[in-house]
Design a protein around this ligand. Structure first.
Ligand code: CP3
Length: 355
């Protein structure tokens, strides 16, 4: 395969020199874009977009037509795995995800199948192949999965949660049941990510959106331990390509050393962490991705530009930074603010990459 034309994102993940700091946004394809809302209305619902490779491809490319992004991210969802395990995923209008069946007992865990990436999840692999072709090696494609812990929260709670009472009850009353579920998810996530890599993904990221609700010791035991197993099982060298792995635990700023010890290439940090302190702690080992508060995009162009400059200055000179938000962009953001954000990262980061 020919080399990727703009490989800044991959180079920064491997802490190789770049001409300017690469930038992409978590949830860069989505409801803040009118063209997304239109296509979704035509498709009828969100899962149809995910399950139709041509539509998933079109949605993936939408933000790249507007902004000079340094990476594309597969349009899909982390909940494809539990859905493929038979839990029956649906998205009610404005309600978030719902599962028809949940995991409560050992027999529920025992009954979970290991979905075949080229079987039940073939639509995701087909989306990766379709997007790779359409990107024509212009920018890299990011594949992704949820972490076992984050997936388990949805599978046990039956949807989004504020208190996480059911899964925490399981954690403290029947820890072995939860460990059994998490082990099954490790096997599935590892196969799923390796499937995406074989289908053409150039880098992969694991979203541990809910790791931050765990206590210090429970984070290691119920989340990080399992992400580490996955990092070790991912095909980091595939078909002559080096595939970098990013771990993102929202609220994980106090565990950076432990996360870096997983062997990942990069760590996503949210906006509650000081990126300059994070670099001093682990910047010699891993790349940092982040970390502007997504709500800054509510401000005007001057506010957005000033915050971008501040974060660039806090990270400082040299490679090892992938600019991003500290969590996903929200549906209420003006696309014009995103253009200001992306252009500011490129314009003002050049000064930090002089030889
Ligand atoms: O980043 C991207 O552009 C790629 C697409 C992507 C989606 N979900 C599309 C999506 C990615 C990487 C995800 C990951 C995801 N999904 C996470 C982890 C990252 C995070 O944001 O914390 C989680 C927790 C989910 C689960 C999920 N999916 C929820 C809670 C919801 C409902 C909330 C919401 O924003 O509506 C979804 C639906 C979803 N996933 C949408 C999109 C664009 C909105 C669907 C729609 O209404 O059109």
């Amino acid at each position: 395969m020919t080399k990727i034309e703009n490989d800044r994102y991959l180079r920064a993940l491997l802490r190789q020199p770049v001409d300017r700091t690469p930038v992409w946004l978590m949830r860069q394809a989505g409801r803040y874009l009118p063209e997304y809302r239109q296509l979704r209305a035509e498709a009828g619902d969100f899962m149809t977009l995910c399950q139709t490779p041509e539509l998933a491809c079109e949605v993936t490319l939408q933000p790249l037509r507007r902004f000079e992004l340094d990476a594309a991210i597969l349009f899909s969802d982390i909940l494809t795995i539990p859905d493929a395990m038979g839990l029956g995923l649906s998205f009610g209008a404005g309600e978030g995800p719902r599962f028809a069946r949940t995991i409560q007992h050992q027999r529920d865990v025992d009954a979970l199948p290991l979905p075949d990436p080229e079987g039940e999840l073939r639509y995701v692999m087909d989306a990766v192949r379709t997007i790779k072709k359409a990107l024509a090696q212009k920018v890299p494609l990011i594949g992704f999965s949820g972490s076992p812990w984050t997936l388990a929260t949805y599978m046990v709670e039956g949807g989004s949660s504020k208190q996480f009472s059911r899964i925490k009850q399981m954690m403290y009353r029947e820890p072995e049941l939860l460990h059994g579920l998490l082990s099954k998810l490790v096997a599935s996530v590892t196969q799923y990510l390796n499937g995406q890599i074989a289908a053409g993904a150039d880098a992969v990221m694991i979203f541990d959106t809910w790791g931050g609700v765990l206590s210090h010791q429970d984070y290691q035991e119920f989340s990080l331990q399992y992400m580490t197993e996955i990092v070790q099982g991912i095909h980091r060298q595939y078909d002559g390509r080096t595939i970098p792995v990013t771990l993102f635990t929202k609220g994980g700023g106090q565990w950076l050393e432990a996360i870096a010890a997983s062997g990942c290439d990069a760590i996503g940090i949210d906006w509650t962490t000081d990126i300059s302190a994070a670099r001093a702690r682990i910047g010699h080992q891993v790349t940092l991705q982040g970390n502007m508060d997504p709500a800054v995009l509510q401000g005007d162009d001057a506010v957005v530009t000033a915050r971008v400059q501040e974060i660039l200055q806090q990270y400082g000179n040299g490679s090892g930074h992938v600019f991003n938000l500290g969590h996903g962009i929200t549906p209420d953001i003006e696309p014009a603010r995103v253009k200001t954000f992306v252009d500011a990262v490129h314009r003002f980061s050049v000064a930090y990459h002089q030889p």
